[in-house]
Design a protein around this ligand. Sequence first.
Ligand code: CP
Length: 316
Amino acid sequence: MRHLMSPLDFSVDELDRLLDLADDIEKNPARYAHTCDGKKLATCFYEPSTRTRLSFEAAMLNLGGSVLGFSSADSSSAAKGESVSDTIRVISCYADICAMRHPKEGAPLVASQKSLIPVINAGDGGHQHPTQTLTDLLTIRSLKGTLGSLTIGLCGDLKFGRTVHSLINALIRYPDIRFVLISPEELRIPSYIREDVLAANNVPFTEVERLDEAMPQLDILYMTRVQKERFFNEEDYVRLKNYYILTKSMMELAKEDMLVLHPLPRVNEISVEVDDDPRAAYFRQAQYGVYVRMALILTLLEIDVSKPQTERNLPC
Ligand code: CP
């Protein structure tokens, strides 16, 4: 049984197969409509979410399965003090696979160690967000045709932005990737990414503060929200929250085929006037999130989609 805690849990070959499957799901959705008949996905979300939880639920419903779960710690027995380990043992009796989001780094990993079903890390604190990374990889591959030879600007809250940490870890495995890390001094990338991932793997990167100066060289601009919920005081958040605002006039500095990605939710960091620019790909990115989560569910449940329906999902 496999879990997904980090994008590095999959080899590059496995990732390629997963993205190929997601690609086929996008093109031939009807072929997959009953591949998870009789299966159940539990979504255990101890932190707020719109995209991740609902795209997981849409993914399982698209595959013919069912969903159950909770959307806040307050509406589960965590509010009475139940541990994640006990919760997952119980969920294992009710569902075939679980997607878990938790404010504490490592909580989904703890759950996976006691679980009888595959556990997917749907975001753990400021640490990792592997299914957002799968979404980002599928979006880039689908819209750019490649995951290599790209200059990628990561802009905003690089300190607390878990999507950025996961994406860097995943992209350094592809050839000729360069990063431009765009942030204010206080929100720079943590040293465990700068030193242990980028420098240790000789990945070219620069750290800059000005978005306008970085724009002309970028193939991808990955904007991020300042993570209010991870700040220790409101004052710092208020001072930094509007540090970057991508506007239509700033888009004039960018390449004609640059893509703007954002894991969403957006607050102020991309002006709504940019939404109509054909290079704005963040809503298409959210759609790719459904396809890739469908592919992930099939992969972790080890469902052989090449077999006829009658030979799949037999009761154990
Ligand atoms: N991208 C993302 O994780 O969005 P949600 O917080 O809405 O799930």
